[in-house]
Design a protein around this ligand. Structure first.
Ligand SMILES: [Zn+2]
Length: 138
């Protein structure tokens, strides 16, 4: 088992575990973007959100939802950025799905999720919506 998150889930390597539940484990990122940067992972090794069983996705986000408040409170933060780098092209470096919870403060120097995109679009909204509707009906 070479996946570092699987090894943390299995307790084979140490981590600052915040919550260990039937469906997922939350622990501090060892290379935090800010104090209180938490990762929430499913116990199952799946690379992306679409590889996760529907019930496991619900369970994972229940953990995220439950921890968002305590993370904010514990760090005296004003908000949190919650996100998934879903796939290598999105910047995912460890191919075991993980949800980031990063505390945020006014003027902390970080932008919103919108700031990571250069806003290069080429298709109309209607065209894109039709394509996604067609793909999701398949
Ligand atoms: Zn894994």
């Amino acid at each position: 088992m070479s996946c570092i998150f699987c090894r943390i889930v299995a307790g084979e390597i140490p981590a600052e575990v915040i919550a260990s539940e039937a469906d997922g484990v939350a622990f501090l990122d060892v290379q935090p973007l800010a104090d209180g940067h938490v990762l929430v992972v499913p116990r199952a090794h799946v690379p992306t959100i679409e590889d996760l069983e529907p019930a496991a996705a619900v369970a994972l986000f229940q953990i995220v939802r439950r921890l968002a408040g305590p993370v904010r409170q514990a760090l005296g933060a004003a908000g949190t950025t919650i996100g998934i780098n879903n796939g290598e092209a999105a910047g995912q470096t460890i191919p075991h799905l993980h949800v980031h919870i990063v505390p945020r403060w006014p003027n902390d120097g970080a932008g919103s999720v919108h700031t990571i995109f250069p806003r290069r679009t080429t298709r109309t909204l209607a065209d894109v919506a039709a394509a996604i509707r067609k793909a999701s009906a398949a």
